[in-house]
Write a protein that binds this ligand. Structure first.
Ligand SMILES: NC(=O)c1ccc[n+]([C@@H]2O[C@H](COP(=O)([O-])OP(=O)(O)OC[C@H]3O[C@@H](n4cnc5c(N)ncnc54)[C@H](O)[C@@H]3O)[C@@H](O)[C@H]2O)c1
Ligand SMILES: [Zn+2]
Length: 612
């Protein structure tokens, strides 16, 4: 049968991380099969992974790993609740609690609590993928035996991976990325980025945030529950899962070959509509990404009039021929923002900007995206950048509309914020009361202590969030950032070889601004707050360096040693604690050290010492 063949092929491609159609299209075909041939075996099996999709050996599951039954309409959900409640009544249970969790859109897996992870496979037999744990897949509960989903942190994916091109292919979907991760013999750069950020994870379903309630309460507020679960979940979802909690009910209801009868997935079917593109607006976001928003002939969709949809990236606009006059099909699922599903008729002319629509600077191509390199000097970016800055510095009252006044009033650098007087603020169109309060808040910010990591994280440097800023400033004072090199960073636990170069380069580029801001503030230094031996491994030690070094220039190492608490000497004497020996060491220093009780360390041992 043609339909089943299409479904089988689509399923194989999907499991391999290279889908040939959207989930909505696939689900529609499944429903078509259900309508025409409800007993077809395809509908009554766990849709299998292709044989030997991954390298691992086969694992027989002790209990089957099943899929879920699906409900798209409230009436279908109500029928599920009724089935469960009828069974409950028949076994003498009155009050029945249900648990709703976000339905993670990743790769299902089973973890045995002892280091072994396997895929769902065909439900009865999966594949051993334990090596994913060695590759850096994070496991929150290593002792827990659990079924769960292999996923990637969604904000991380969007920020760092989505739309980028690796090995000639653009990354589009988190799920496909994780299939690639599990299947990779050697991790690619994009995989390692995820590992460094601890963003690739196995998440047990039992550990998910949930809502527990009785059937009628769930039914009454199912949209709200769905929204809350989705909003509080940091992974991509494709619906929610609802299940009866009582083990006696579970036992009484049992399972089919495909799903547990006591569990159901509630998905909202995407509603679609056809329309035409009137024009394209290119929007510049906080990170400088320039994305196409299509102004369309207004259409009704799920009870709302839609006038604009996103086309995501410049590459999509070009590949699909989106331009004025193109006929498109748009989709809106749940409360998600509508997007382009397919292009029915491409436009005659397809144009992509070469200059930033905001600041006119030449755009750069970053994978599938266009990027404005203007930073804080580009007004569209400066709004978001300055808002983040003021938030991190906890300057009260600097909300979006005030920030807009500042930017339009000529604030172009971070440090300018601290020179603003009430008068200046009023001249920017801020009402006098608000201006006065803000000026008081700025003064207070200068005089009250602020943690150094907050200040550093305020600059919005890519890959340098709060956590990493804390780690960095446990190793150096904020005033000593001038010698933070790639080597310095990668010696700190938590900084990897991929992100360190760009963090170091951005710190150096922003250094004058960082120093200018710091000069206005009363900084609380992390190194002073926690003068533990771990953050100052060289505290009180006298050190001499000799020779040339592989990790960094000797001058850099000397500066680094000072920030780690050492006193760097130019020659060896009776007070010297360590002589650090690089390549071609000075013979005088070496013999002097040997004659005295000085510990001589080679570069590798020294790096080890300061890493602790
Ligand atoms: N685009 C395509 O070509 C294509 C092809 C095949 C399948 N698909 C998609 O896959 C679906 C069917 O495949 P499936 O059975 O693997 O997935 P599913 O969408 O039917 O979901 C069932 C799975 O969800 C997992 N799950 C996620 N969150 C959960 C939670 N909170 N609690 C319990 N379980 C949870 C479980 O592992 C379970 O096996 C289709 O509906 C379709 O959307 C798409
Ligand atoms: Zn710009």
């Amino acid at each position: 049968m043609e339909l089943v063949k299409t479904l089988t092929n689509a399923n194989d491609a999907y499991r391999a991380g290279t889908p040939v159609m959207s989930d909505a299209e696939y689900d529609a075909l499944v429903e078509e099969l259900r309508a025409t041939d409800p007993d077809h075996p395809f509908l009554h099996q766990v849709e299998p992974e292709p044989e030997s999709l991954f390298q691992g050996s086969k694992v027989r599951h002790l209990t089957p790993m099943l899929s879920t039954d699906k409900a798209y309409a409230i009436s279908e959900l109500a029928a599920f609740f009724k089935r469960v409640l009828d069974v409950a009544t028949s076994i003498g249970i009155g009050k029945v609690l249900f648990r709703a969790t976000p339905k993670l859109d990743g790769l299902s897996g089973r973890y045995d609590g002892q280091g072994h992870l396997s895929t769902r496979g065909n439900g009865l037999e999966g594949q051993d993928i334990s090596n994913a744990l060695q590759k850096g897949l994070c496991l929150d509960n290593p002792d827990l035996t659990a079924d769960g989903e292999i996923v990637i942190d969604q904000p991380f994916f969007e920020e760092n991976l989505q739309g980028r091109i690796f090995n000639g292919r653009a990354l589009t979907h988190p799920r496909n990325f994780m299939v690639g991760f599990i299947g990779a013999d050697d991790l690619g750069e994009h995989h390692r980025l995820a590992v460094e950020a601890k963003a690739a994870r196995f998440v047990p379903y039992v550990a998910l945030g949930d809502v527990q309630a009785e059937a009628d309460i769930m039914l009454d507020d199912i949209e709200g529950i769905s929204r809350r679960l989705r909003d509080n979940c940091q992974y991509l979802t494709d619906g929610i899962v609802i299940e009866a909690m009582d083990p006696r009910i579970r036992e009484a209801m049992g399972a089919t070959n495909h799903h547990h009868r006591w569990q159901i997935a509630f998905k909202t079917k995407g509603e679609t509509a056809e329309t035409m593109v009137r024009s394209i607006t290119w929007q510049v976001g906080r990170t400088g990404r320039v994305t196409p928003v299509l102004e369309i002939e207004p259409v009704e969709l799920s009870g709302a009039t839609i006038r604009r949809v996103t086309a995501h990236t410049a590459a999509i606009v070009q590949a699909k021929g989106i331009g004025v006059g193109a006929v498109i099909k748009i989709i809106r699922s749940g409360e998600v923002i509508p997007k382009v599903e397919t292009v029915l008729q491409p436009a005659d002319v397809v144009e992509v900007p070469t200059q930033c629509p905001c600041c006119n600077i030449a755009l750069e191509v970053d994978g599938e995206y266009l990027l404005c390199p203007g930073g804080i000097e580009c007004m569209s970016q400066s709004l978001g950048i300055l808002e983040h800055f003021c938030q991190m510095l906890e300057i009260d009252g600097a909300g979006p509309s005030i920030i807009s006044n500042l930017v339009h009033g000529g604030v172009e650098t971070f440090s300018q914020v601290f020179d603003l007087t009430t008068n200046d603020l009023e001249n920017m169109g801020i009402s006098s009361g608000v201006a006065k309060n803000l000026s008081v808040a700025i003064q207070a910010r200068k005089n009250q202590h602020i943690d150094d990591w907050r200040v550093l994280a305020a600059f919005g440097i890519r890959h340098l969030g709060r956590g990493d800023a804390k780690k960095l400033l446990a190793k150096t004072r904020i005033g000593g950032l001038n010698f933070v090199t790639e080597e310095f960073l990668s010696a700190i636990d938590g900084f990897g070889p991929i992100t360190s170069p760009s963090i170091a380069a951005d710190i150096q580029r922003l250094l004058p601004e960082i120093n200018a801001v710091v000069s206005h503030l009363t900084i609380r230094h992390s190194m002073d707050a926690a003068p533990s031996t771990s953050s100052l491994p060289l505290k009180g030690k006298r050190i001499v360096f000799t020779g040339t070094f592989a990790t960094a220039d000797r001058k850099v190492l000397e500066k680094q040693a000072e920030t780690l608490g050492a006193q760097v000497q130019s020659g060896v004497n009776a007070k010297t604690d360590f002589l650090i020996m690089g390549d071609k060491p000075g013979s005088k220093k070496v013999s002097a050290a040997q004659a005295l009780p000085v510990t001589v360390l080679d570069e590798a041992r020294y790096v080890n010492l300061i890493r602790q």
